[in-house]
Design a protein around this ligand. Structure first.
Ligand code: TXA
Ligand code: MG
Length: 351
C-alpha cells in the first residue's frame, strides 16, 4: 500500500500507519536523509521482520529514532557534557549519537553492544509518525542490505513493497545521504559515518572532532570497528563501478573518452556538468551534477542525487558506471565514503 503525503499528511492514514506499527507491522517512511523502514522499538517480532525484509546481518545494530529529545532518557544513560552539547546543536537533524544504552533496549536492536545509536529526524512526516506511535522506533535505511539507500519511493518499491505494510511517500529525500554517526570517546567526538553534519560543524560546537580511522577503509581491512556497519559492504551497485579522480578536467575527459571506446559505448557517467558537456554519448547515459562557483552547493546536490543516479545508471544497458570523485573535505568526506564503497574501491587516478 502506498500513502501519498507529498503535499500534506493525511490524518486518517497517519492513524492507520501508527496503529499498524503499534500492532507489529513495519512501514517505509521518509526522513530528511534517506527513507527508512520502521518498527516499534519494543516489539521484537516486528524488528525481526525488518532484518528479514532487508536481509540484514544480525550483527548490525539499528538506530533508535525519537520524536522529541525527552525520549533520549527512555533509551540511553545520561549524556555527558560534550554529548549534550552535540544533542543541543544537531537534534533534530541528520545526526546520530552513540550513547550507553538502557537495559530496556532489546538485544536484537543493539546486536549485543552496550551502546545505542539515537537520532531525531527533522522530517515532519517521520516526526508525526513517531510521535503518534508514542515511543521510539527503529528505522534503518529502506533498502536491501548492501544496496544504496532509497531516496524516493520509485526506488524502494521493487526491493521492499511486498515485505512491508505500507510505504509513505514524502517525495525525494532532501539530503540523500544517511546521518552523520558520532561517538564521543575520551571526550572527543569521533565520526564513525560521515554525513551532512561535517567535522567542521562539530568543531564549531565543541572545539574538536576526529574521523574514525575506518572511514576510508575497505570493509575486509577494517580492524577494531567502532561501527559494525563498517565491516559490511555498503551502497554496492549491480554494475561494475569505477571512481575517476583528478584535478585536471581535460585529463578526466580524455580518460572517460578512452574508456567509452574500450567499452563500445556501454558506459554510464555520473559527473559534474562541465565534464558531462564534453562527452559525446546518448544523453540517457549521462547523469550531471551542477558545477557553479559554489562548490558547497554543488556537493549538496551531489549528495542528494547520488543514490538515485546509481539506480538510474543501472537501468541504462551499460556494463560500467564511471563516477567522478570529489575532494575529501567538508561534505566531500561523506560523498567519498559512499563512492569508495559503491565502486568497491576501484579508483582511476588521472593526475
Ligand atoms: O540517516 C539515517 O541514519 C538513516 C535514516 C533512515 O534515519 N538510517 C540509517 O540506518 O542509516 P542504518 O541502519 O541503515 O545504518 C545504521 C548504521 C549501521 O552502519 C550500524 O552499524 C551503525 O549505524 N550503528 C548502529 N548502532 C550502533 C552502535 N551502537 N554503535 C556503533 N554503530 C552503530
Ligand atoms: Mg543502511
Amino acid at each position: 500500500m502506498i500513502y501519498n503525503w507529498k503535499n500534506n499528511i493525511n490524518e486518517i492514514e497517519l492513524n492507520d500507519v501508527s496503529n499498524s506499527i503499534k500492532n507489529g507491522e513495519i512501514v517505509v517512511m521518509p526522513t530528511e536523509t534517506v527513507y527508512g523502514v520502521g518498527a516499534d522499538l519494543f516489539n521484537e517480532d516486528a524488528i525481526k521482520k525488518i532484518f528479514m525484509a532487508k536481509n540484514r546481518p544480525a550483527t548490525n545494530p539499528l538506530i533508535v529514532h525519537i520524536g522529541n529529545k525527552n525520549e533520549i532518557d527512555m533509551v540511553a544513560q545520561k549524556p555527558n557534557e560534550i554529548e549534550q552539547a552535540l544533542i543541543d546543536a544537531f537534534m533534530p537533524g541528520p545526526f546520530t549519537i552513540i550513547l550507553k544504552k538502557k537495559d530496556c533496549i532489546p538485544d536484537i536492536v543493539s546486536a549485543g553492544l552496550d551502546t545505542i545509536g539515537v537520532r531525531m529526524p527533522s522530517n515532519e512526516i517521520a516526526n508525526r509518525i513517531i510521535t503518534k506511535v508514542g515511543n521510539p522506533i527503529v528505522l534503518p535505511s529502506a533498502n536491501i542490505s548492501g544496496r544504496p539507500s532509497g531516496t524516493r519511493v520509485e526506488d524502494i518499491f521493487e526491493e521492499l513493497e511486498s515485505k512491508v505494510y505500507a510505504i509513505v511517500d514524502g517525495g525525494e529525500s532532501p539530503i540523500g545521504l544517511e546521518s552523520t554517526v558520532v561517538k564521543v570517546v575520551d571526550n572527543v567526538p569521533v565520526i564513525l559515518r560521515p554525513g551532512k553534519i561535517t567535522p567542521e560543524d562539530i568543531i564549531k560546537v565543541v572545539g574538536k572532532c576526529e574521523l574514525d580511522k575506518n572511514i576510508f577503509q575497505k570493509p575486509a581491512d577494517v580492524v577494531d570497528a567502532q561501527m559494525p556497519g563498517s565491516k559490511l559492504e555498503h551502497y554496492v551497485s549491480k554494475l561494475e563501478c569505477n571512481l575517476i579522480c583528478g584535478q585536471n578536467n581535460d585529463k578526466i575527459i580524455d580518460k572517460i573518452k578512452e574508456i567509452i571506446q574500450q567499452r563500445d559505448g556501454k558506459v554510464a557517467i555520473i559527473a559534474f556538468e562541465d565534464i558531462i558537456e564534453k562527452i559525446d554519448i546518448s544523453k540517457d547515459r549521462l547523469f550531471p551534477i551542477s558545477r557553479t562557483d559554489n562548490i558547497e552547493k554543488d556537493e549538496l546536490e551531489y549528495a542528494e542525487k547520488l543514490y538515485r543516479y546509481i539506480r538510474e545508471a543501472e537501468n541504462t544497458d551499460s556494463d560500467l558506471i564511471l563516477i567522478q570523485g570529489v575532494k575529501e573535505e567538508g561534505l566531500g568526506v561523506a560523498i567519498m565514503n559512499r563512492l569508495l564503497r559503491t565502486s568497491s574501491f576501484k579508483i582511476i587516478n588521472v593526475d
